[in-house]
Design a protein around this ligand. Structure first.
Ligand code: ADP
Ligand code: MG
Length: 349
């Protein structure tokens, strides 16, 4: 939506001088900003499924016969979902990676996304780096920027992603069956471990930091894995709030109990190096920001998927009952560590 007065004020010259390729900051209005940084990005070009992209009142998407549209929205607020003064290239990558992870969880293939951007001021250097980070993740995941909104205010990003999935084949949280295996798509807890470094709470060797930081700043949505699980996994989601909390969502939606075997949690060498075994386990069970898939799988599909090279790890099983239980190697119940993050719950703000 246009709002010229506030944008003229917001676009007063800033310290970071624009390069010759960029419009002058003082002349940068809402529409020039959209055109220069977003409509001109390579991910904003027309592509499969996008009939009409940025520039009109709506984008137009097209599905093939027999497909359904998967849609998800995520908001990232500065100081809540990412640290103040986050590096803009990384922020662009992270914002889109996190959003596309929801499509991965449903077994959908990306078509496009919208970006609602609220900015305190229009700073060319920030916008250029942010748009580049966004574009990199978009091209990597074959997602096209199809529209958005640009407003002035405290920094926040709302991305809505759209994907295609064959009708009736989306992976939902409901459908886990007693007897299924509980699996995850890789090593757990690295996003939460990396956040310790991002927030400056811990120092790490260069090699450990190099391994962990991309897990926070450039989470890779497991889109191919999600699509490979169609017709096989009985329930799935992406882990954003911590393994145990997210398994609770599958347990509730499916009306079953999920058993997590602590000894089977996949922990990376980098995370173990940073936090030791107990700390790494705590991040794996309760830390958020993994953006890996967790899913339930009938045992008959396990070997085929493993033989095809998918990075899946069995961490437990599904039983009749309710809730999530954490078990030690002897099958005895363990007390779970602190719960995953909630914005308005007892554990949240
Ligand atoms: P309207 O007033 O009709 O809502 P706008 O003036 O807000 O439209 O936006 C003009 C066009 O630019 C629309 O196609 C919109 O989707 C697109 N757009 C606005 N902001 C962004 C953004 N941050 N990124 C990508 N496209 C955007
Ligand atoms: Mg309009």
């Amino acid at each position: 939506m246009a709002c010229w007065t506030s944008w003229r004020r917001a676009c007063a010259p800033t310290k970071s001088a624009p390069t010759s390729a960029e419009p002058g900051a003082s002349a940068l209005g809402e529409f020039e900003l959209i055109r220069h940084y977003f409509a001109a990005a390579s991910c904003a070009r027309a592509g499969e499924g996008v009939v009409l992209g940025i520039g009109d009142d709506c984008a137009l998407l097209e599905l093939a016969a027999g497909e359904q549209l998967a849609v998800s929205t995520d908001t990232l607020v500065e100081g809540v979902h990412f640290p103040a003064a986050a590096e803009p290239f990384s922020l662009g990558q992270r914002a889109l990676g996190v959003s596309l992870s929801d499509l991965a969880a449903m077994g959908a293939a990306p078509i496009g996304f919208t970006l609602a951007l609220t900015l305190p001021r229009a700073e060319p250097a920030w916008l250029e780096a942010f748009a580049r980070g966004l574009d990199q993740m978009a091209r990597q995941c074959s997602a096209r920027l199809i529209g958005g909104d640009t407003t002035r205010g405290p920094l926040s990003l709302t991305l809505t992603v759209c994907g295609r999935v064959p009708a009736g084949q989306a992976l939902t949280r409901a459908g886990a069956q007693a007897g299924d295996l509980l699996c995850v798509g890789g090593c757990l807890g690295e996003g939460a471990g990396a956040l310790e470094l991002v927030l400056g709470r811990r120092q790490a060797k260069a090699q450990v930091a190099e391994a962990l930081l991309p897990r926070y700043w450039a989470p890779q949505p497991q889109l191919a894995l999600g699509q490979a699980l169609r017709g096989k996994a009985t329930a799935a989601l992406d882990i954003s709030d911590g393994l145990l909390a997210d398994c609770g969502h599958i347990a509730t939606a499916s009306g079953v109990a999920l058993l997590v075997e602590q000894a089977r949690l996949p922990l990376s060498a980098a995370l173990l190096d940073l936090l030791g075994e107990e700390g790494a386990r705590r991040c794996a069970l309760g830390g958020g920001d993994d953006y890996l898939l967790a899913f339930t799988l009938p045992a008959e599909h396990l070997h085929g998927l493993q033989a095809a090279g998918w990075p899946l790890q069995v961490i437990g099983r599904v039983e009749a009952g309710a809730g999530v239980r954490l078990l030690d190697a002897q099958g005895r119940a363990l007390a779970p560590p602190a719960r995953g993050y909630q914005h308005f719950g007892a554990a949240g703000v």
